[in-house]
Design a protein around this ligand. Sequence first.
Ligand code: ADP
Length: 504
Amino acid sequence: MSEGLRFFRTRGGVPLSLPQKRRDFLKRYGLALALAVLAVLVRKWLPVREGTTVYQLPIVAVVLAGWYGGRGPGLVASLTCWIGILYWLIPPADSFVLSSEYQLGFAIFVALCLFIIEFSAARWRVERALEESERRFRLMAETIPEIVWTESVMPRRMLYMSPRYEQVWGHRLGDVERDPEAWMEAVHPEHRNDVRSAWRRWLAGEGNERLDMTFPIVRPDGDTRWIHGRSTLVRDAKGRPYRVSGIAADITDERRAQEALAKAQMELAHVSRLTTLGEFTTSIAHEVSQPLAGMMASAGAGARWLAAEPPDIAAARATLDSIAADGKRARDVIARIRALTKRQVPRKDRVDINHEIEEVLALMARESRSHDIVVRTQLDRSLPRVGGDRVQLQQVLLNLVVNAIEAMSTVQDRPRLLTMASARRGSANAVLVEVRDTGTGLDPAGAERVFDAFYTTKRDGIGIGLSISRSIVEAHGGRLWASRNEPHGAVFQLSLPVAEEGQP
Ligand code: ADP
């Protein structure tokens, strides 16, 4: 038997546990024996003629024992009475001899006892079963977190309401016992009239059998709680409302969680709008700042070539070309971003990815040199073209190269090696590009984290380069992922689908 079943309340509110059950057992049998002995002794001491009115008192003892204690105690009382009567009360006294004139009377007494015992035992069993079922009901009703109740409609009377009502409502149970509508007084004033009229209409039998209501209540301590009540109406044979019962749940926590969720969703929507805007603005700055930096560097170099004695006109012209190329790149980036804001379909060029790799490396040549980085390429010259936006793909490659250079800039104990490779991914009809470095490497647990927006480990990093790069690659139907380079550094790989036939 479970702990819960062992300690529940009986009808009288007395807790019943195992030792108490034993005590209860001893009491029933003890009382039966005492009653029988008392009946025999009292009859023996009564100043009545020997052999007369022998059975009345013992019968009373047997009835009481059977009624109170059931079959076992009834039998104990009967047996005691039979022995006592035979020995003391039926002549000849002080002997077990039963003369023939008393035999019939004694037999009737024995039969009567057996009948009484069976009768009382049946009643005792029914009472016990009822008690047990009531205990089970109470155990259920008093332990579930909801309030359960049942009410009679004609006449209006609260038949049962579980004690949980006192905890949830903060009102006394006695109030609803006196007035079955007392619970409505706690309903929030703004909702009270609605709740009351819906309730009364339903009790009057208008509408269907079920009533589902959610309303706030204000407890005496000022706390507001939300209640969800579901009630059922039972009709009598003539179809008139007869009983109502239901269950009321305190859904305050659930409701608060829902409200918090709704608020969080709204905030998230707001943040994501801001983030998109922020990311967008940042991406413009990010993408335009590269060619601008290039232009400034080239302009400086051009001025130096012209200031030289004699001025190196050819070199100066080369720097001007480079400035023009950077300017064109910046213009393309902006044009592409404008196209994006106008929701224009991204360009679908047939892009020679090897060419883009070389262009990006050329763009970063000065930067690589200044960081003592050795650049290697392993390019598959027979690669097919990939479909996509040339400028966007160049941005992705540039971003990966910049990250690799930055990751290697602090490395002192090994060569700073940047390898860019391209290969055919035969099975998937795609092209694979790899940017491999010997830099600080990726946190083993967080290779995926680097793609999170605003994740950065750099003092003045923004943490959006990789997240934008990934969305660009995915918009091209490809994938971008990172892994560790052995023994040091990181590898960023991207796969891009081969351009479809007929693409311009
Ligand atoms: P940011 O350049 O502003 O830091 P990114 O999205 O480009 O933003 O990169 C996010 C983070 O990922 C970097 O701060 C860095 O910690 C890590 N990371 C990116 N590339 C590499 C790499 N090649 N080696 C090691 N860590 C890298």
